[in-house]
Ligand binder design. Structure first.
Ligand SMILES: NC(=O)c1ccc[n+]([C@@H]2O[C@H](COP(=O)([O-])OP(=O)(O)OC[C@H]3O[C@@H](n4cnc5c(N)ncnc54)[C@H](O)[C@@H]3O)[C@@H](O)[C@H]2O)c1
Length: 257
């Protein structure tokens, strides 16, 4: 049976670990050839993900160096992905992200600028570069999935810059949905609760924090990277052909309370 993404080319940013790696592997399992990126000094992680894709799923994979705050790097990287896809780029997962935990009274300009540069400016300009390829290819069109957060919608201490960036990601998602629908480009967001990844694992060693977080999740546990990747794979699939401008909560019910 043909897989849902056979014949497509995908780009997943920040795919050397955590959610990005799980997503890249899931899209490959669904038949997509996948370009994965990592920061220049973490390039061996992108190579490792590409090797896993080839060995586990038998599809082509390409590892590239990308700092999403560097516009020239974005331009050259997306051009390489389009060449890898024989001129096509069908799917972008804007996954690269970071956080600096600081109480609002103590937020520094440096931390604010860094979080906004990676999580908001980076998301937009990678989408712009990928969207241009999707607009100009024949047949035109594609799918972009941005990674928001439950903190795009609800408050929690210590995450002002992160929440500002992830709320902005929802705004970008809606605006690009409206502007790019005529080019057959769908743009959606995934908004997870805490996911068990290298980013969050150290925080959950604090048992008070862990109990507080779990108490707020009706399903009573963290999300897994594979669960979030399944949501992304759904939005990327032909089954979601009529879904655009949507933010899919994958929060175990946190925002329903
Ligand atoms: N883990 C969670 O609980 C959680 C919850 C909601 C949303 N998210 C979001 O999911 C995404 C993935 O997070 P994760 O938990 O897998 O974390 P992670 O730290 O494992 O992965 C983030 C990746 O982004 C890369 N990255 C950081 N700065 C970059 C830059 N300037 N340019 C390019 N790549 C860069 C990192 O090297 C890393 O590979 C992020 O956008 C994060 O905000 C995570």
């Amino acid at each position: 049976m043909e897989k849902t993404l056979t014949g497509t080319t995908a780009l997943v940013t920040g795919a050397g670990s955590g959610l990005g790696q799980a997503t890249a592997l899931r899209l490959a399992a669904d038949g997509s050839r996948v370009a994965v990126t990592e920061l220049p000094h973490l390039q061996e992680r992108a190579e490792a993900t590409a090797t896993m894709i080839r060995e586990q799923h038998g599809v082509d994979a390409l590892a590239l160096s990308l700092d999403v705050t560097d516009l020239a790097n974005i331009t050259s990287c997306v051009a390489e992905v389009a060449a890898f896809g024989d001129g096509r780029l069908d799917l972008l997962v804007n996954n690269a992200g970071m956080n600096v935990l600081q109480p609002a009274f103590d937020v520094t300009e440096e931390a604010w600028d860094r979080v906004i540069a990676v999580n908001l400016k980076g998301v937009f300009f990678v989408a712009q570069a990928a969207g241009r390829v999707m607009r100009d290819q024949t047949p035109n069109g594609g799918c972009i999935v941005n990674i928001g957060s439950q903190f795009s919608f609800v408050g929690y201490p210590g995450r002002t810059a992160y929440a500002a960036s992830k709320s902005g990601v929802i705004g970008i998602t809606r605006m690009l949905c409206v502007e790019w629908a005529e080019h057959n480009i769908r743009v959606n967001a995934i908004c997870p609760t805490f996911v068990d990844t290298p980013l969050t694992r150290p925080f959950f060693e604090d048992q008070d924090f862990k109990q507080d977080a779990l108490r707020r999740i009706p399903l009573g546990r963290l999300a897994t990277p594979d669960e979030v990747a399944a949501g992304i794979a759904y939005l990327a699939s032909p089954g979601a052909a009529m879904v655009t401008g949507h933010s899919l909560m994958m929060d175990g019910g946190w925002t329903a309370i």
